[in-house]
Design a protein around this ligand. Structure first.
Ligand code: PRP
Length: 174
């Protein structure tokens, strides 16, 4: 497999990230914000968002894995890295790179809700709506994308391509 067409350019991503960061800065001013980055895919998105956020906040990381993901979705998700900062009473914003079937986020939201945060919202760079199997409300969306396999800007294929500054499709090598 190799990188195909660029679907979302570096410029498009950076300008959208700035817009999202302005909205988040406004919505969370004077609130005790805890941003929860879902590893690994969301690391680059979080990093870029942070550079444009003008409010005080805390950051933490969680990781999950699911069985047979991207080939056969079972919806079975498990936590591989727990949250460390106490979410109780805080305004929690989950940062994801992509929402596909929605099973991962549904699991993460249920888990975080059990910590009794003051509020719980979602910011996702990519929304692959067509593939949704469970309803998920995304409060801040970067881009809605079609049902194609994408890599770059944190997203991988067999752990490669996460470093690309743009989002591209993946094609068969000839
Ligand atoms: C991706 C992505 C989401 C999830 C979305 O993570 O970051 O967490 O899949 O899929 P879903 O909506 O169908 O549940 P992945 O498991 O590929 O891990 P990674 O971020 O470490 O690459």
């Amino acid at each position: 497999m190799k990188v195909g067409k660029v679907l979302i350019s570096q410029e498009q991503i950076q300008s959208r990230v700035k817009e999202l960061a302005s909205r988040i800065s406004l919505d969370y001013r004077e609130k005790d914000l805890l941003m929860v980055c879902i590893l690994k895919g969301a690391f680059m998105f979080l990093g870029d968002l942070l550079k444009h956020l003008s409010i005080p906040l805390k950051i933490d990381f969680m990781a999950t894995s699911s069985y047979g993901r991207r080939t056969k979705t079972t919806g079975k998700v498990r936590i591989t890295k727990e949250l460390e900062v106490d979410a109780h009473g805080r305004h929690v914003l989950v940062v994801e790179d992509i929402v596909d079937t929605g099973h991962t986020l549904k699991f993460i939201l249920d888990y975080l809700a059990s910590k009794e945060p003051a509020s719980l919202k979602v910011c996702a760079l990519l929304d692959k709506k067509e593939r949704r199997e469970v309803p998920i409300n995304i409060d801040y969306v970067g881009f809605t994308i079609p049902n194609v396999f994408v890599v770059g800007y944190g997203l991988d294929y067999a752990e490669r391509y996460r470093n690309l500054p743009y989002v591209a499709s993946l094609v068969e090598e000839d």
